[in-house]
Write a protein that binds this ligand. Structure first.
Ligand SMILES: Cc1cc2nc3c(=O)[nH]c(=O)nc-3n(C[C@H](O)[C@H](O)[C@H](O)COP(=O)(O)O)c2cc1C
Length: 203
């Protein structure tokens, strides 16, 4: 289990590729991760919270407020809890909100509060993907230090063929595993250097 003990927020937005999020969630859980799903209102049109909560073993978070009982969901606590946030699929709308600080839903407020690395997997039709606004938002998000998991080329839900398909769940999991492994090997390298430094007197 290569993600044992890792705490991951899985953000899901209103793309037809949201069905792939169920497979992604299943794979993350199988790798040992603890996953909290945060979904947009539009996302719930594409995949049910019931499916996601059954797969994750946790209630899905979507709204700021509870059912008129004064309860609320804390994006700040979620942002502090996670080791990594993955938003897959990410729509053009959500890319725009994240790039411009439009924090009008639980997913974007959680993203803006997250202290952990963020991975974003866009999914949309080819013309939406090449549109200058999408490309600008992606480059802003890269500048902010987010990791973009590029969409692939192929047949899209619209029947058109081009770049815009969300990367396959198996490949996304590999990206996350590699991220944690490279972090681990960086820490080992640092510890090794400190040890060597300690042994021969260098620092
Ligand atoms: C059938 C259907 C499929 C859609 N697929 C996508 C998509 O893959 N990517 C995208 O950016 N928008 C897509 N949209 C539009 C989004 O659902 C819409 O922009 C929505 O406001 C996104 O909101 P969210 O980012 O808050 O989830 C689709 C809409 C419909 C009706």
């Amino acid at each position: 289990m290569r993600l044992e003990g890792k705490k991951i927020i899985l953000g899901i937005t209103g793309s037809i590729a949201a069905y792939k999020a169920a497979i992604l969630l299943r794979l993350l859980i199988k790798e040992g991760a603890s996953v909290q799903v945060v979904i947009t209102g539009a996302g719930k049109e594409f995949i049910t919270p019931l499916t996601l909560s059954a797969l994750s073993g946790k209630p899905v978070i979507s709204e700021f407020f509870g059912a008129n009982d004064g309860s609320w969901n804390s994006h700040v606590d979620l942002g502090l809890w996670a080791d990594l946030m993955l938003i897959a699929p990410t729509t053009a709308t959500s890319l725009g909100k994240m790039a411009n600080g439009i924090a009008d839903n639980m997913l974007v407020t959680t993203y803006m509060s997250a202290k952990c690395p963020v991975f974003i997997a866009p999914a949309m039709d080819l013309d939406m993907f090449v549109h200058p606004s999408t490309q600008k938002n992606i480059s802003i998000l890269k500048e902010f230090g987010n990791n973009i998991i590029e969409p692939t080329e192929g047949e899209l839900a619209s029947g058109l063929v081009g770049k815009g398909r969300m990367e396959e769940p198996e490949k996304i999991v590999e990206v996350l595993v590699n991220h944690f492994n490279s972090k681990k090997s960086f820490i080992f390298q640092c510890l090794y250097r400190i040890n060597i430094g300690g042994l021969d007197g260098r620092n």
